[in-house]
Write a protein that binds this ligand. Structure first.
Ligand code: TRP
Length: 329
Protein backbone atom coordinates (compact mmCIF):
# COMPACT_ATOMS: atom_id res chain seq x y z
CA UNK A 1 0.00 0.00 0.00
CA UNK A 2 3.04 2.27 -0.07
CA UNK A 3 1.90 3.91 -3.30
CA UNK A 4 -1.43 4.88 -1.77
CA UNK A 5 -1.36 8.66 -1.32
CA UNK A 6 -5.08 9.05 -0.96
CA UNK A 7 -6.51 10.88 2.00
CA UNK A 8 -10.07 11.84 2.72
CA UNK A 9 -11.81 14.18 5.09
CA UNK A 10 -15.18 15.83 5.43
CA UNK A 11 -17.05 18.58 7.22
CA UNK A 12 -20.70 18.95 8.08
CA UNK A 13 -22.42 21.96 6.47
CA UNK A 14 -23.75 23.57 9.64
CA UNK A 15 -22.80 27.20 9.07
CA UNK A 16 -20.08 29.60 7.93
CA UNK A 17 -16.48 28.74 8.81
CA UNK A 18 -14.56 30.95 11.22
CA UNK A 19 -10.88 31.56 11.94
CA UNK A 20 -10.87 28.68 14.44
CA UNK A 21 -11.81 26.26 11.65
CA UNK A 22 -9.22 27.85 9.38
CA UNK A 23 -6.26 27.46 11.73
CA UNK A 24 -7.49 24.22 13.32
CA UNK A 25 -8.38 22.27 10.17
CA UNK A 26 -8.25 24.03 6.83
CA UNK A 27 -4.65 25.28 7.08
CA UNK A 28 -3.64 21.64 7.32
CA UNK A 29 -5.77 20.68 4.31
CA UNK A 30 -4.04 23.42 2.30
CA UNK A 31 -0.68 21.79 2.96
CA UNK A 32 -1.99 18.30 2.27
CA UNK A 33 -3.43 19.20 -1.11
CA UNK A 34 0.12 19.86 -2.31
CA UNK A 35 1.42 16.38 -1.53
CA UNK A 36 -1.50 13.97 -1.45
CA UNK A 37 -4.40 12.82 -3.54
CA UNK A 38 -7.03 14.55 -1.44
CA UNK A 39 -10.77 13.95 -1.33
CA UNK A 40 -12.64 16.59 0.69
CA UNK A 41 -16.39 16.36 0.94
CA UNK A 42 -19.44 18.09 2.35
CA UNK A 43 -21.06 15.67 4.80
CA UNK A 44 -24.64 16.84 4.32
CA UNK A 45 -26.23 13.53 5.35
CA UNK A 46 -24.28 13.76 8.58
CA UNK A 47 -25.72 17.23 9.17
CA UNK A 48 -29.17 15.62 8.96
CA UNK A 49 -28.46 13.39 11.94
CA UNK A 50 -28.95 16.38 14.25
CA UNK A 51 -30.86 18.81 11.96
CA UNK A 52 -33.49 16.38 10.73
CA UNK A 53 -36.42 18.38 12.07
CA UNK A 54 -35.44 21.50 10.11
CA UNK A 55 -33.25 20.47 7.19
CA UNK A 56 -33.96 23.55 5.06
CA UNK A 57 -30.92 25.44 6.33
CA UNK A 58 -28.51 22.73 5.21
CA UNK A 59 -29.24 23.56 1.57
CA UNK A 60 -27.72 27.04 1.82
CA UNK A 61 -24.85 25.84 3.98
CA UNK A 62 -23.61 23.40 1.31
CA UNK A 63 -22.53 25.98 -1.32
CA UNK A 64 -21.49 28.26 1.55
CA UNK A 65 -19.07 25.66 2.83
CA UNK A 66 -17.59 25.09 -0.63
CA UNK A 67 -17.12 28.85 -1.01
CA UNK A 68 -15.38 29.03 2.36
CA UNK A 69 -13.03 26.24 1.26
CA UNK A 70 -12.22 27.94 -2.03
CA UNK A 71 -11.79 31.28 -0.26
CA UNK A 72 -9.37 29.63 2.15
CA UNK A 73 -7.31 28.34 -0.78
CA UNK A 74 -8.43 24.80 -1.56
CA UNK A 75 -7.77 24.31 -5.25
CA UNK A 76 -10.19 22.07 -7.17
CA UNK A 77 -7.38 21.39 -9.65
CA UNK A 78 -5.40 19.78 -6.85
CA UNK A 79 -8.07 18.06 -4.78
CA UNK A 80 -11.44 16.44 -5.31
CA UNK A 81 -14.28 18.37 -3.71
CA UNK A 82 -17.62 16.59 -3.57
CA UNK A 83 -20.97 16.28 -1.81
CA UNK A 84 -21.84 13.15 0.14
CA UNK A 85 -25.57 12.99 -0.65
CA UNK A 86 -24.94 13.08 -4.39
CA UNK A 87 -22.81 9.95 -4.27
CA UNK A 88 -25.58 7.50 -3.40
CA UNK A 89 -23.09 4.64 -3.05
CA UNK A 90 -22.32 6.00 0.43
CA UNK A 91 -25.86 5.04 1.46
CA UNK A 92 -25.48 1.52 0.11
CA UNK A 93 -22.18 0.92 1.86
CA UNK A 94 -23.62 2.42 5.07
CA UNK A 95 -26.46 -0.11 4.92
CA UNK A 96 -24.10 -3.01 4.32
CA UNK A 97 -21.70 -1.99 7.08
CA UNK A 98 -24.61 -1.49 9.48
CA UNK A 99 -25.34 -5.23 9.15
CA UNK A 100 -22.00 -6.16 10.68
CA UNK A 101 -21.62 -3.42 13.27
CA UNK A 102 -22.44 -4.60 16.80
CA UNK A 103 -24.77 -2.23 18.65
CA UNK A 104 -22.46 -2.22 21.65
CA UNK A 105 -19.70 -0.54 19.64
CA UNK A 106 -22.03 2.34 18.81
CA UNK A 107 -23.54 2.64 22.27
CA UNK A 108 -20.06 2.86 23.78
CA UNK A 109 -18.94 5.55 21.33
CA UNK A 110 -17.92 8.50 23.55
CA UNK A 111 -19.08 11.20 21.11
CA UNK A 112 -22.53 9.60 21.04
CA UNK A 113 -22.92 9.90 24.78
CA UNK A 114 -21.39 13.38 24.96
CA UNK A 115 -23.36 15.05 22.20
CA UNK A 116 -26.60 13.43 23.25
CA UNK A 117 -26.01 14.88 26.70
CA UNK A 118 -25.16 18.33 25.33
CA UNK A 119 -27.93 18.77 22.79
CA UNK A 120 -30.74 17.93 25.17
CA UNK A 121 -33.12 20.24 23.32
CA UNK A 122 -32.96 17.90 20.31
CA UNK A 123 -34.29 14.38 20.35
CA UNK A 124 -31.26 12.37 19.32
CA UNK A 125 -32.66 8.99 20.27
CA UNK A 126 -32.69 8.03 16.64
CA UNK A 127 -31.28 5.18 14.62
CA UNK A 128 -29.49 7.71 12.40
CA UNK A 129 -27.73 9.44 15.25
CA UNK A 130 -26.57 6.18 16.79
CA UNK A 131 -25.39 5.08 13.36
CA UNK A 132 -23.43 8.29 12.67
CA UNK A 133 -20.02 6.53 12.87
CA UNK A 134 -21.20 3.75 10.52
CA UNK A 135 -22.02 6.34 7.87
CA UNK A 136 -18.65 7.93 8.55
CA UNK A 137 -16.97 4.53 8.14
CA UNK A 138 -18.74 4.16 4.79
CA UNK A 139 -17.56 7.63 3.69
CA UNK A 140 -14.02 6.69 4.52
CA UNK A 141 -13.72 3.06 3.46
CA UNK A 142 -15.35 3.80 0.10
CA UNK A 143 -12.18 5.59 -1.02
CA UNK A 144 -9.65 3.26 0.67
CA UNK A 145 -7.53 6.16 1.90
CA UNK A 146 -4.30 5.39 3.72
CA UNK A 147 -5.07 8.12 6.24
CA UNK A 148 -7.78 10.51 7.41
CA UNK A 149 -6.75 13.97 8.66
CA UNK A 150 -8.98 14.85 11.60
CA UNK A 151 -8.98 16.60 14.94
CA UNK A 152 -8.74 14.73 18.24
CA UNK A 153 -12.50 14.72 18.68
CA UNK A 154 -12.87 12.39 15.70
CA UNK A 155 -10.42 9.72 16.84
CA UNK A 156 -13.11 7.44 18.32
CA UNK A 157 -14.90 7.47 14.96
CA UNK A 158 -11.73 6.56 13.17
CA UNK A 159 -11.07 3.72 15.57
CA UNK A 160 -14.59 2.43 14.90
CA UNK A 161 -13.94 2.71 11.17
CA UNK A 162 -10.89 0.48 11.53
CA UNK A 163 -12.83 -2.00 13.63
CA UNK A 164 -15.60 -2.14 11.07
CA UNK A 165 -13.07 -2.59 8.24
CA UNK A 166 -11.37 -5.40 10.15
CA UNK A 167 -14.66 -7.12 10.85
CA UNK A 168 -15.79 -6.85 7.23
CA UNK A 169 -12.49 -8.24 5.99
CA UNK A 170 -12.48 -11.03 8.56
CA UNK A 171 -16.11 -12.12 8.00
CA UNK A 172 -15.68 -12.15 4.25
CA UNK A 173 -12.11 -13.45 4.09
CA UNK A 174 -11.01 -10.48 2.06
CA UNK A 175 -8.57 -7.61 2.26
CA UNK A 176 -10.85 -5.24 0.46
CA UNK A 177 -10.70 -2.45 3.01
CA UNK A 178 -7.30 -1.20 4.18
CA UNK A 179 -7.41 0.17 7.72
CA UNK A 180 -7.00 3.94 7.50
CA UNK A 181 -4.47 5.57 9.79
CA UNK A 182 -5.26 8.75 11.63
CA UNK A 183 -3.37 11.83 10.66
CA UNK A 184 -3.74 14.13 13.62
CA UNK A 185 -3.83 17.79 12.74
CA UNK A 186 -1.34 19.67 14.84
CA UNK A 187 -3.81 21.98 16.37
CA UNK A 188 -3.02 25.63 16.10
CA UNK A 189 -5.36 26.77 18.80
CA UNK A 190 -6.97 30.10 18.27
CA UNK A 191 -9.09 31.17 21.22
CA UNK A 192 -12.33 33.04 20.69
CA UNK A 193 -12.51 36.81 21.11
CA UNK A 194 -13.40 36.34 24.78
CA UNK A 195 -10.74 33.72 25.51
CA UNK A 196 -13.06 30.71 25.45
CA UNK A 197 -12.95 28.17 22.61
CA UNK A 198 -13.91 29.89 19.35
CA UNK A 199 -17.40 28.77 18.52
CA UNK A 200 -20.33 30.06 16.57
CA UNK A 201 -22.65 29.37 19.49
CA UNK A 202 -20.60 31.49 21.91
CA UNK A 203 -20.74 34.51 19.58
CA UNK A 204 -16.96 34.92 19.96
CA UNK A 205 -15.84 34.08 16.45
CA UNK A 206 -14.67 35.86 13.32
CA UNK A 207 -16.09 34.34 10.18
CA UNK A 208 -13.87 33.91 7.11
CA UNK A 209 -16.49 35.76 5.09
CA UNK A 210 -17.01 38.60 7.58
CA UNK A 211 -16.49 42.15 6.21
CA UNK A 212 -13.55 43.99 7.76
CA UNK A 213 -15.83 46.80 9.02
CA UNK A 214 -17.62 44.28 11.20
CA UNK A 215 -14.40 42.75 12.49
CA UNK A 216 -12.87 46.04 13.60
CA UNK A 217 -15.20 46.72 16.56
CA UNK A 218 -14.85 43.08 17.60
CA UNK A 219 -11.07 43.36 17.73
CA UNK A 220 -11.35 46.62 19.65
CA UNK A 221 -13.37 44.96 22.36
CA UNK A 222 -11.22 41.84 22.59
CA UNK A 223 -10.08 40.77 26.03
CA UNK A 224 -6.35 41.18 26.66
CA UNK A 225 -4.13 40.35 29.66
CA UNK A 226 -6.56 40.90 32.51
CA UNK A 227 -3.79 41.66 34.99
CA UNK A 228 -2.81 44.68 33.00
CA UNK A 229 -5.14 47.21 34.55
CA UNK A 230 -3.40 50.45 33.57
CA UNK A 231 -1.68 51.46 30.37
CA UNK A 232 1.57 51.77 32.34
CA UNK A 233 1.38 48.23 33.81
CA UNK A 234 3.61 45.70 32.09
CA UNK A 235 1.68 42.97 30.27
CA UNK A 236 2.32 39.31 29.58
CA UNK A 237 1.80 38.06 26.02
CA UNK A 238 1.94 34.46 27.25
CA UNK A 239 -1.41 34.82 28.94
CA UNK A 240 -2.90 37.50 26.69
CA UNK A 241 -5.75 36.41 24.46
CA UNK A 242 -4.58 38.67 21.65
CA UNK A 243 -1.12 37.22 21.28
CA UNK A 244 -2.17 33.86 19.74
CA UNK A 245 -3.75 35.91 16.96
CA UNK A 246 -0.48 37.73 16.35
CA UNK A 247 1.38 34.43 16.31
CA UNK A 248 -0.84 33.12 13.54
CA UNK A 249 -1.43 36.24 11.49
CA UNK A 250 1.25 38.87 12.06
CA UNK A 251 4.57 38.87 10.22
CA UNK A 252 6.84 36.74 12.47
CA UNK A 253 9.58 39.37 12.18
CA UNK A 254 7.38 41.78 14.13
CA UNK A 255 6.66 39.42 17.01
CA UNK A 256 9.72 40.22 19.17
CA UNK A 257 8.82 43.92 19.09
CA UNK A 258 5.23 43.18 20.10
CA UNK A 259 6.38 40.91 22.93
CA UNK A 260 8.79 43.48 24.26
CA UNK A 261 6.45 46.42 23.89
CA UNK A 262 3.87 44.55 25.94
CA UNK A 263 6.28 43.40 28.63
CA UNK A 264 7.83 46.83 29.18
CA UNK A 265 4.57 48.72 28.70
CA UNK A 266 5.92 50.86 25.90
CA UNK A 267 2.98 49.50 23.88
CA UNK A 268 -0.62 49.73 25.00
CA UNK A 269 -3.28 47.16 24.15
CA UNK A 270 -4.75 49.67 21.73
CA UNK A 271 -1.46 49.77 19.76
CA UNK A 272 -1.35 46.02 19.76
CA UNK A 273 -4.90 45.79 18.45
CA UNK A 274 -4.14 48.25 15.66
CA UNK A 275 -1.32 46.05 14.43
CA UNK A 276 -3.52 42.98 14.70
CA UNK A 277 -6.22 44.65 12.66
CA UNK A 278 -3.68 45.38 9.93
CA UNK A 279 -2.51 41.78 10.01
CA UNK A 280 -6.07 40.51 9.79
CA UNK A 281 -6.79 42.76 6.86
CA UNK A 282 -3.74 41.43 5.08
CA UNK A 283 -4.67 37.87 5.89
CA UNK A 284 -8.37 38.09 5.05
CA UNK A 285 -8.29 40.26 1.92
CA UNK A 286 -7.13 37.49 -0.43
CA UNK A 287 -9.72 35.17 1.12
CA UNK A 288 -12.45 37.72 0.54
CA UNK A 289 -11.31 38.21 -3.05
CA UNK A 290 -11.31 34.51 -3.80
CA UNK A 291 -14.73 34.18 -2.20
CA UNK A 292 -16.18 37.02 -4.28
CA UNK A 293 -14.84 35.38 -7.44
CA UNK A 294 -16.44 32.05 -6.53
CA UNK A 295 -19.97 32.42 -7.88
CA UNK A 296 -22.81 29.95 -7.36
CA UNK A 297 -22.19 28.73 -10.91
CA UNK A 298 -18.55 28.09 -10.09
CA UNK A 299 -19.55 26.12 -6.98
CA UNK A 300 -21.92 24.03 -9.09
CA UNK A 301 -19.10 23.35 -11.57
CA UNK A 302 -16.64 22.37 -8.86
CA UNK A 303 -19.11 20.00 -7.24
CA UNK A 304 -20.17 18.50 -10.54
CA UNK A 305 -16.60 17.62 -11.45
CA UNK A 306 -15.80 16.35 -7.94
CA UNK A 307 -19.01 14.35 -7.63
CA UNK A 308 -18.27 12.68 -10.94
CA UNK A 309 -14.80 11.65 -9.87
CA UNK A 310 -15.98 10.46 -6.46
CA UNK A 311 -18.88 8.52 -8.00
CA UNK A 312 -16.58 6.70 -10.40
CA UNK A 313 -14.38 5.66 -7.52
CA UNK A 314 -17.35 4.70 -5.36
CA UNK A 315 -18.93 2.60 -8.10
CA UNK A 316 -15.76 0.56 -8.39
CA UNK A 317 -15.58 -0.06 -4.66
CA UNK A 318 -19.24 -1.06 -4.56
CA UNK A 319 -18.71 -3.56 -7.40
CA UNK A 320 -16.02 -5.16 -5.28
CA UNK A 321 -18.17 -5.11 -2.16
CA UNK A 322 -21.13 -6.70 -3.94
CA UNK A 323 -18.91 -9.33 -5.44
CA UNK A 324 -17.39 -10.23 -2.07
CA UNK A 325 -20.87 -10.52 -0.56
CA UNK A 326 -22.27 -12.50 -3.48
CA UNK A 327 -24.69 -9.69 -4.16
CA UNK A 328 -23.43 -9.24 -7.69
CA UNK A 329 -26.63 -10.08 -9.54
N1 TRP B 1 -17.79 13.61 11.72
C1 TRP B 1 -17.00 14.59 11.06
C2 TRP B 1 -17.08 15.90 11.83
O1 TRP B 1 -18.06 16.16 12.49
C3 TRP B 1 -17.44 14.83 9.63
C4 TRP B 1 -17.24 13.62 8.79
C5 TRP B 1 -18.21 12.86 8.24
C6 TRP B 1 -15.99 13.06 8.40
N2 TRP B 1 -17.66 11.84 7.52
C7 TRP B 1 -16.29 11.94 7.60
C8 TRP B 1 -14.66 13.40 8.66
C9 TRP B 1 -15.27 11.14 7.05
C10 TRP B 1 -13.65 12.60 8.12
C11 TRP B 1 -13.96 11.48 7.32
O2 TRP B 1 -16.17 16.70 11.75
Amino acid sequence: MSDNKRILSGMRPTGPLHLGHYFGVIANWLKLQEDYDCFFFVADWHALTSEYSDPTRIKGFVPGLVKDWIAAGLDPEKCTIFQQSVVKEHAELYLILSMITPLGWLERNPTYKEIKGELVQKDLSTHGFLGYPVLQAADILMYKPFAVPVGKDQLPHLELTREIARRFNHLNKTELFPEPADMLTEEAKLPGLDGRKMSKSYGNSIKLSEPLEEILPKVRSMKTDENRLRRTDPGNPDICNLYPYHKLMTDPAKLPEIQEGCRNASWGCVDCKKVLMESMEKFLTPLHERRAACTDERVAEILEAGNKKATEFAMKTMDEVRSVLNLDF
